[in-house]
Design a protein around this ligand. Sequence first.
Ligand code: PHE
Ligand code: ZN
Length: 852
Amino acid sequence: MTQNTLTKRLSDYQPYPFELEMVRLDFRLDPDATQVRARMAMRPLRAASALELDGEGLVLRKIAVDGRVLAASEYTQSDTGLVIHAAALPAQTFTLETEVEIAPAANTALEGLYMSNGMYCTQCEAEGFRKITYYPDRPDVMARFHVTVAGDAPVLLSNGNPVAQETGRAEWVDPWPKPAYLFALVAGDLVAHSGSFTTMSGREVALNIWVRKGDETRCAFALEALKRSMTWDEQVYGREYDLDIFNIVAVDDFNMGAMENKGLNIFNSKWVLASPETATDSDYERIEGIIAHEYFHNWTGNRITCRDWFQLCLKEGLTVYRDQSFTADMRLGPVKRIEDVSALRARQFREDRGPLSHPPRPDHYKEINNFYTATVYEKGAEIVGMLRQLVGPQGYRDALDLYFERHDGQACTIEDWLKVFEDSSGRDLRQFKHWYTDAGTPRLQVSDDFKDGTYTLEFTQKTDQTPGQGDKPARHIPIAVGLLSDTGADLIETKILEMTEPRQSFVFEGLSQRPVPSILRGFSAPVVLEFDTGHPPDSAFLLAHDSDPFNRWEAGRRLALQTVVAMAQGGAADPSYVAAIGALIKDGAADPAFCALCLALPSEDQIAQALHEAGKSPDPVAIHRAREALATALANAHEDALSALYDAMAVSGPYRPDPEPAGQRSLRLAALALLRRIDGGARAQALFDAADNMTESLAALGQVVAAGVGEAALATFRDRWQGDRLVMDKWFAIQLTASAPDQALSRAEKLVQDPLFDWKNPNRFRSLMSGFAANHAGFHRVDGAGYRFYADWLLRLDPLNPQVAARMSTAFETWARYDLTRQSLMRAELARIAQTEGLSRDLSEMSARMLG
Ligand code: PHE
Ligand code: ZN
């Protein structure tokens, strides 16, 4: 099979046979014909090696070694690169010079050098540098970069420190060796929102956020978030910034969230720009988290990078863990943990249950861009969190100190990372390593027993087979457990039980009463917890009394899922759940953000997943009805209390994005969502008319749309915001997510005709298409028209932007959950995609994996 030859394997790793000491890059910018000259000082590490360089879509103008232009017979060119034959190369250090031409204006894939609104920018991770020049485009080849940019744009930026600036020309030197994926160049008519930061050793760093004219008024929050990130990394990890300048650039056309290029982070403008009128509370929180994430990469990713792309979670899992900890410190820790676990379940557990399941460290791939997944990122972060629990806070800090000391300036592996923990803690982590190498979410079953003052918890773990991986050995699982008395007092405070066997018991002695167990506190491991039916925990009791906030919320979620799953199969709302929510609403004001999370019902997608896990085939229409019915039952039962809460949580004074007022707004809007089921959207309409901030305006808009009375509000919103691309993205998305399922497709079909639907812009495309796919029952229409619409658009986007098309194809990853009709409809669309002539490598790998 030719397909297999395209598969890259971890086991094939070979070090690069040359050392690249230094690279000089000279750019002469032009939209259609940019000239790139590269001069590389290469030192052979092995005798008589050919020199392999990656390169795609480049027009080669010149190639010379030590000034001697090579004859055509001295090298071989292909679609993917260039090989200089060993005989053409000196045995000692030599200079390789190339000149190529590229066309940034024609680059629609947004990888390599491309243009966005007249501005030049780059995206090189993972393998985009090869679209800029011939180069060993692999993360273990690190070099010092000296870059000259010539062009008309007033602002010319690259990595490192500026060494010369004049009209039409700028020169940048990055003193720190780096892999090519961290290279960046930006040129455009930009303005800066600037500031400065003094590091812990007293060095001044200039900070700039570069944006299009007019956007500079929306940068203040991001700049302050950057300063908070810099301070936090010094205080918590002892890590200081290492250049004289730190630049962030906002671009409107970007495939991902943001990118950690050394000293020159490039951001999707969505995750930088914020003002109260245009950004929601959750946007503010995400902006702060993403600014931190990219900044933290400077140490975890840039100074210590990955040996190869199989090790991606080395930098991503750790950096996500760091940004989650940062946000937990800046805001409300337990609330942040609940949000992170919810996202993990919604994205990573979903992925792990389906055909795309893969280990956090995969061992083969065809297209690395397809592995920027929830498993690599979010599960990667959970693994770091488990390590911290196993070695304790001080042990974790010691291990990280050793990691930075031992590996600074290197390109590392997961083995290096685990060895640091083993050496600093003295622990054996061989079994723990399965978290990195094995796919699948372990299911943890628990049963208990109480006799003569002795309480026993027995756990059984099992990880299902996943694509390409059969039976799996037991994992090393940290299980945080506390025991409560029947009045809710702590009998035994949180303890970490370390499970290492397939089946294992833990004994607690000297108890005067049968305790209520609180298991997996703080979600101490990314597993699915299942209770033996003999003695299920009293979820209502835990929701009221658990001293662990995560497990309080978890108990509420368990109750909600149980009752909504029963309702989807014809049952009625569980009165004990309705009563428990009533109790919560009564003292909701005491902890608004937490209470808001408890009032949010599980999403329809999560309900479908729960049904599937219980061995039932989910009916999307029944799920939608059941969830609406449960919300209606809660609203009817607690109308007065919800209404009082809605009024009480109104925030006075000017908008601030801080956690306290944001928490109040979130509770207010959770109450609004429930009340909408019985007031016909009246409160939402009033709020929409009065709101002075995007958080309330957008939530209210969603509720009037969901109530079926949103047309006027949608038109008003569009009129007001049609000139604002970020706000219009929200407009496209919300009317699809909130709409009645039977109207979602016709709305989507109408919206693709809207002149503002610029489908080549990734944010706009995602807003519409992901908004539609998030309308669970609308996407999963039984006639398959939703699937067809979605697949048509993926196929339309693929030739232009394969990365985004491939990522969005994961809307189909859940096909195995559903009834045979929907299964075959979804598979038929995947097969149609897979068979399309000229399909990208990205989408071809994804469709093939999903078909299994
Ligand atoms: N490395 C980026 C991050 O995690 C994500 C990214 C990957 C961006 C690939 C662009 C391309 O912050
Ligand atoms: Zn990252």
